[in-house]
Ligand binder design. Structure first.
Ligand code: 6PG
Length: 480
């Protein structure tokens, strides 16, 4: 094949995400080689969408690699874990130094680090790339978060920036940093996605308990909210899901869906990584645990029987004021979730030496991805103004939104506790806020207890040094 007729990029793994990415590339004028273990899938892609651009269909992996221009860029879009490793191993034997392997699946960043180091030994670039936006995003413009070497981005950047979502003429794609940085940032994106959804779900639950309204009526409230500061993809689709009626029964769709939230694991990874890094991403953790709790059907059943009377109603005197309190509580808790997520990225960047631009990350989440939201522009502005911001909560726009929301936030959390409506993410976010701003924390007592039973020592507020009290002796203090 003449070099100029060769494909500029290849996609192997043509399930929905791979197929849609390949179509997006072809629609944007790139020559795309396509391959799938099962040829029928490749054939059907060409039969159904071959006219959308230039596809080069390959039956074997060797033909697929041979169809690519140099340096070759191959997107791997297969299941995370062992299937990804198998495809990478096969590719490594066929590719040449300088070629690029891109993993666009939801891989764990530690796996990406390992694969990157292994392929580097062969002179190959391995680019773990976060892709958000689901099937629709992959086809019409996702948010793309590539890690890997700066050199690989020279080839991939112009391609990815073209197929990504565009907001105000700016592509929702940028080089995140070396190694596993791209997948790390995608992981935190998903953690924030978990928190965002849990907060929306708690807001819905409160509104339903407080207003006694049907889901379709509540949909209107979310649609209204989507015209203000809360404007975001998730709030928008909440309106759609709540308004939807089940065709089989005519009942509200949310009432016929089993109330057990599932997960593929990215939220859990986020919490595990935050524990390792010592970053309190409490909202994301609550959201992840809330999903786990919902799935423990047996325990829930036993507790329902032992403690009947759940599902109490909230007492609401002024409906409009109540809805506004919930809105403000949602906004404030959401700001906490994003503040924690960005803290996590910043800690990961320091730990692994990735030099991630936080404002730049906010920029590429403005479009295409699941957590796209109006206030990401404000996050970008906050980090542009002060790159070493200690926490997003103190940036002027967010500080104002949180301060304005505090009274309503407290009323909502207190009323929910009184009525027995579980709001773990709202309550935990408020506690995080109060803990951060506390003059003194009871952590001092914990230090005292640790020193008492284990001679773990403590620091004093009035003098430098490390101290221990002789608790079992005369209780005098010694310098440790
Ligand atoms: C995205 C999403 C996506 C994720 C799903 C399912 O950014 O497009 O984050 O990558 O796979 O949302 O995640 P859970 O099954 O864990 O909810």
């Amino acid at each position: 094949m003449a070099e100029q007729a060769k494909a500029q990029i290849g996609v192997t793994g043509l399930a929905v995400m791979g197929r849609n990415l390949a179509r997006n590339l072809a629609r944007n004028g790139f020559r795309v080689a396509v391959h799938n273990r099962n040829w029928e899938r490749t054939r059907s892609l060409i039969a159904e969408h071959g006219d959308e651009g230039t596809f080069v269909a390959a039956e074997s992996m060797a033909d697929f690699v041979a169809a690519l221009e140099r340096p070759r860029a191959v997107i791997v879009m297969v299941k995370a874990g062992a299937p990804t490793d198998a495809v990478i191993d096969e590719l490594a034997t066929l590719l040449e130094p300088g070629d690029i392997v891109v993993d666009c699946g939801n891989a764990h960043f530690a796996d990406t680090q390992r694969r990157e180091a292994a392929l580097r030994e062969h002179g190959l670039h391995f680019v773990g790339t976060g892709v958000s936006g689901g099937e629709e995003g992959a086809l019409h413009g996702p948010s793309i978060m590539p890690g890997g070497s700066a050199e690989s981005y020279q080839k991939l950047g112009p391609i990815f920036e073209k197929i990504a979502a565009q907001v105000d003429g700016v592509p929702c794609c940028r080089h995140i940093g070396p190694g596993g940085a791209g997948h790390f940032v995608k992981m935190v994106h998903n953690g924030i996605e978990y928190a965002d959804m849990q907060l929306i779900a708690e807001a819905y639950d409160l509104l339903r308990a407080g207003l006694g309204a049907e889901p379709a009526e509540l949909a209107e409230i979310f649609r209204e909210w989507n015209r203000g500061e809360l404007e975001s993809f998730l709030i928008e689709i909440t309106g759609d899901v709540l308004a939807h009626a089940d065709a089989a029964t005519g009942r509200p769709f949310v009432d016929v869906v089993r109330d057990q939230a599932e997960q593929k694991g990215t939220g859990r990874w986020t919490v595990q990584s935050a524990l390792d890094l010592g970053i309190p991403i409490t909202g994301i953790a609550e959201a992840t645990f809330a999903r786990s709790l919902s799935g423990h059907a047996d325990q829930r059943e036993a507790a329902r029987r032992a403690f009947p009377g759940g599902g109490a109603q909230l007492k609401v005197e002024d409906r409009d004021a109540f809805v506004e309190d919930v809105r403000r509580a949602l906004l404030a808790s959401k700001i906490v979730a994003y503040a924690q997520g960005f803290d996590h990225i910043s800690a990961g960047s320091r730990e692994y030496d990735w030099n991630i631009d936080l404002g730049g990350t906010a920029t590429i989440w403005r479009g295409g991805c699941i957590i796209r939201a109006r206030f990401l522009d404000r996050i970008r502005e906050a980090y542009d103004e002060q790159p070493d911001l200690p926490t997003l909560l103190v940036a002027p726009y967010f500080a104002e939104a949180v301060s304005a929301g505090v009274p309503g936030w407290r009323r909502i959390v207190a009323e929910a506790a009184r009525a027995g409506v579980p709001v773990p993410a709202f309550a935990s976010s408020l506690a995080y806020f109060d803990a951060l701003r506390a003059e003194r924390l009871p952590a001092a007592l914990i230090q005292g207890l640790r020193d008492n039973f284990g001679a773990h020592t403590y620091h004093r507020v009035d003098r430098a040094g490390t101290f221990h009290t002789l608790w079992a002796g005369d209780r005098s203090e010694v310098e440790a």
